[in-house]
Design a protein around this ligand. Sequence first.
Ligand code: PBG
Length: 310
Amino acid sequence: MLRALVRETLLVPSQLILPIFVLPGAGRREPVGALPGVDRLSPDLAAELAAQAAAVGVAGVLLFGLPEEKDAVGTSAWDPDGPVPAAVRAIRAAAPELVIITDVCLCQYTDHGHCGLVGPNGEILNDASLPNLARAAVAHAQAGADLVAPSDMFDGRVGVIRDALDEQGFAESTGILAYSSKFASAFYGPFRDAAHSTPTQGDRRSHQLDPANRREAVREGLIDEEEGADMLMVKPALTALDVIADLSDQTDLPVLAYQVSGEYAMLKHAAAAGAFEFKDAYLESLLSIRRAGARAVITYGAVEAAQWLR
Ligand code: PBG
């Protein structure tokens, strides 16, 4: 009991959020090769998984859409019948208590794979992209999302999305979880395979953070707070524990951390190679992210972790 008495950090299922990749259609399940144990699912099967997550105490899900159609501006991102709105409705029906968060970005919806519009010289157009991000956020809110999570890292998007939600009548019902301190990271590799969102040329360094910058990462979070975010996020997690700690100290908002695809895959592959037991290393990583100051962790093994923690 003495160890329990002096333990500083608790890790419980209600601090975990499960990302889900959503396909159009019904009855579809496709394993993601780069992410052991993770599947792309149609809305009906996503709702089944969400219900399982809710049953073991996981707090919420974060939805990523994989549309049938892509074009230069990402039109399918605000289709009210796209995979994300459909999954929001199905999950709401299957697990009413679960917090439903939707990723708002254009990279899965554009044929060039960039998070916004691209200019004639291949440059990413920040301001011109904002109305389209807002359209996507409103479509998710209309389907019933509790929180929309802009992950593009463009300047000014939190304010523009907040205004659009307020104008459309979602002032009270839909909040914003801002991917506020998102680094340009090699650890997103497996995700881009899962979400078919690797840019056809160029990279995301013009708008995502330089991994060298700790103070800038905190400042980006505080700007998103000013613009009206309800929660902030640091991403990746294990490579940014310092930023999680600094940002939690400096904001009154809840700070979440995203243990990204490459972090999860790294633990899975190392365990498969016999380096350690997956369960031990995985739970230690989640606990460490909580210890740094994250209120909750977004992680691909949320259901498994919740089962172990119960
Ligand atoms: C979309 C987005 C990405 C991730 C979450 N939202 C990829 C990227 O920015 O390239 C990465 C998540 C992960 O690696 O698990 N912008």
